[in-house]
Design a protein around this ligand. Structure first.
Ligand SMILES: *Cc1c(COP(=O)(O)O)cnc(C)c1O
Length: 408
């Protein structure tokens, strides 16, 4: 029984994982080209437009609209659907705040529903049960890159005549039945923030196959203009969510690595699934058999504290970090955020909706709670590693499993 690194033992990890972000001469030359061209603005340059086309093509989507970040991408998608005060948007309780805050930005109520116990993605049955006459959209989040049940969600959305959006901020290159996610709903949104699997520091994009949705999203992201019309004609309410040429150029370079990196993370993820299923008390996030690829924004697994001497998630993470494995915290359940607990979210609502008692916020979300307290997220760059890197992850987890009682 070897000593845990957190207690002075040798770390399980002997060599460094790949660094993130990654770049080479492609990014450098692309940035210099923008610099010297003098076209730093998307309306004059061609980089951001070329990136939109390339990213949409890669995801088998008809349209792509690049925006300033992934939060804005959701805001613009909701604007394109004409989501307004009084409306409701169904959002999983285990996600980054942006999925819900974008609804509030539109003046609409995010109706939080719990996630599934195995995939930690939105539970389609609970999503359906949450639909009422004010519901306008469901936002599926492919948590950690693991696709949500798109078949069930599509059929619920179409039966009830509401839109299905995808927050694919974790899921660049992930697939559901051989088709890229983010291009399956009415609209899909991505983030290119620094931690994501493609990055320009900040950035985002909206994908869609729907021509009307595209026109409205493009207009909303560009001050309410319409393509081809005079510059100072503004047809809708919009704002400036345009992506710069610097970011468009960097993202074009980043996209050239996405497929190979996604394949590597997916393959390493499936190998870890097999190995870690054999460690008592560990259950990898369950990928549906219809999910054909996981882009792995993170490698997520559940641990049963009873089989780990009752340690907390924070103790588990600290031990894993000491062994040399990078982790990131899971999301706190949205209903527990101060934004919702304090009632501050109501400042974004109006009329009867602002006065209503939203009892669901005090309800039980056992699986979101499990996600927060009992899942470990290994950072995506670790999954870019080689066979030895993966073996060292397994060795670190076995070591913690065998010595968990020393951590309490
Ligand atoms: C990162 C992220 C966003 C927001 O993206 P930003 O580019 O940081 O604004 C939205 N949803 C999820 C699930 C995310 O992880």
């Amino acid at each position: 029984m070897s000593r845990l690194a957190i207690h002075g033992g040798a770390p399980a990890k002997s060599k460094a994982f790949p660094a993130w972000p990654q770049h080479d001469a492609l990014e450098r030359e692309a940035l210099l080209e923008v610099l010297e061209s003098g076209n730093w603005w998307r309306s004059e340059g061609d980089k951001t437009a070329a990136f939109e086309r390339a990213f949409a093509d890669y995801h088998q989507a008809k349209h792509g609209i690049a925006v300033t970040n992934g939060t804005h991408a959701i805001e613009v998608a909701l604007a394109a659907l004409d989501i307004r005060p009084g409306d409701e948007v169904i959002v999983p309780n285990a996600t980054f705040v942006a999925t819900a805050s974008a609804a509030l930005f539109a003046g609409a109520l995010p109706r939080l529903v719990d996630v599934r116990a195995d995939s930690f993605c939105i539970d389609p049955e609970l999503a359906e049960a949450a639909i009422n006459e004010r519901s306008k959209a469901i936002i599926a989040v492919h948590l950690g890159g693991c696709p949500a049940d798109m078949d069930a969600l599509q059929s619920i959305a179409s039966q009830h005549g509401i839109a299905l959006l995808e927050d694919a901020a974790h899921a660049h290159g992930s697939e559901w039945r051989g088709r890229k996610v983010g291009a399956l709903g009415r609209g899909g949104t991505f983030s290119f923030q620094a931690s994501k699997t493609m990055t320009a520091g900040e950035g985002g994009i909206i994908l869609s196959d729907d021509d009307d949705f595209e026109v409205m999203a493009r207009s909303a992201h560009d001050c309410g203009r319409l393509p081809g019309e005079w510059f100072y004609s503004h047809y809708h309410y919009g704002s400036n969510y345009r992506l710069s040429e610097w970011q468009g150029a960097v993202l074009l370079a980043q996209l050239t690595r996405l497929d190979e990196q996604t394949a590597r993370r997916h393959a390493n993820g499936r190998w870890l699934d097999r190995q870690l299923s054999q460690v008592a008390g560990i259950s990898p996030q369950r990928m549906d058999s219809r999910a054909t690829r996981n882009g792995h924004y993170a490698y997520i697994f559940h641990f049963n504290p009873r089989q780990f001497a009752g340690i907390t998630r924070q103790q588990f993470e600290a031990a894993l970090e000491a062994e040399g494995i990078p982790t990131q915290p899971p999301y706190p359940p949205l209903n527990k955020l101060d934004l919702f607990q304090s009632g501050a979210y109501k400042n974004r609502l109006s009329g009867a909706q602002a006065r209503a008692d939203h009892a669901f916020l005090r309800g039980h979300f056992p699986n979101s709670q499990r996600e927060f307290e009992q899942t470990i997220w290994i950072t995506q760059r670790a999954l870019l590693g080689d066979e030895q890197d993966m073996q060292e992850i397994v060795a670190a987890l076995r070591k913690i499993s065998e010595n968990a009682s020393q951590l309490t």
